[in-house]
Ligand binder design. Sequence first.
Ligand SMILES: Cc1ncc(COP(=O)(O)O)c(C=O)c1O
Length: 444
Amino acid sequence: MIATDHPEGDPTHQRTPPPRSRPPETTLRPIDSARYDARFASRAAGIVSSVMRDLMSLSERPQIISLAGGFPNTESFEREVFEEIVAAVSRDHLAAALQYGPTEGLAELRELIVEIMAHEGARAGVDDIMVTSGGQQAIDLSIRTFVDPGDTILAEGPTYPGAVPCFTTYEARVEHVPMDGDGLRVDLVEEALDRLGAEGRPPKLLYTIPNFHNPAGVTMSLERRERLIEIAHERELLIVEDNPYGQIRFEGDPLPSLWELDGGAGWVLYLSTFSKILAPGTRVGWVAAPAAVLRKMNLGKQAADLCSSTISQRLVIEYLRRYDWRDYVTRLNDIYRSRRDAMLRALEEEMPPEATWTRPTGGLFVWATLPSYIDTTDLLALASERHEVAFVPGRGAFLDGRGGDSMRLNFSGVPEAVIREGVRRLGLAVTEMTELHRALGGEV
Ligand SMILES: Cc1ncc(COP(=O)(O)O)c(C=O)c1O
């Protein structure tokens, strides 16, 4: 019998913890950072932060309307469902869930991932899959596995701002390939391959987001997908296909993944995540790749974190076993469709006539381009300080300094009324910048 204070001696009774005082913010004396500067690895010195991450602290200010994050709507996940899966894990799998797991992930989860991929028409086997700590780690491991310092890689321009720290950590030279309404300009991939080949630096890989691109909001057409795979096969181009948004579709029919079109030839690595179809707090993603590549990635993952959270993987398994994840995604997509429409309507009302923006049929983002006299990095300073609205400035999605006239606006994370108010505030900031430009003698 365990001794307790409880009158009935109930061993499960929890004592109220003593009140905690807030810990100090730091106990260190002010330290001159020069002490470390000379010691930092060149790799650390050259890492470029993800603007999205930098903006997280802004979004914590309650009065700020943040259109900056890539936040899925976690509020629609039902508490009862969560309670049920937590209870199931603690009842049936507690010791295993608290234990380390295999680096490649729990076999049961990898089987379920195969089913999820099949739902998108991407056929894979259990041994083709490695579970990762979010889709983010799948990007990190892909770049870590293939890129030496100074190696060239291709990526869309704009590219996913969160991939920027991965590219810069491994000291990749990124060549952006432009996009249009049909996604990546595959004809320009060929041109880039010719040019870079002639310069003696053929790219190690192409990183691409074919579905509902973050941040551009566009989708690669079927014709371009087929041509890209032909190019990959003809010219031995390795493709990293990042597909977090394939299921976040509001209209139209799904297109085949590059993984599927590759037909098992091994020129495509496929990355995805539970962040958008379930919740980013799970931090569970995956990569599908040929065995030889997975072996190397497994070593990289051993170095990074040994294994992804077993508790999280178990919660995801319990959820997938008990519920049809597609129902939840349908509900999310209904919410996002209305939010997208609210954002597009608000942009029509609030933006100057020269501004343009994408009209995404899925995903979480609109990419807007303003008149070139507005620099969206400056606009963000004004918009967040004076008008209390934030967005991701376009430069964060390029590594070559471009993107200054563009911005990424998120519509999934806030309700429609807040979107309308956020875009109204953005409109005020744009008008102020335009007036300033005019007052300085600039043409409008
Ligand atoms: C294109 C893209 N890849 C990867 C990720 C990272 O996914 P996760 O949150 O699962 O790490 C995101 C997240 O927004 C993304 O937009």
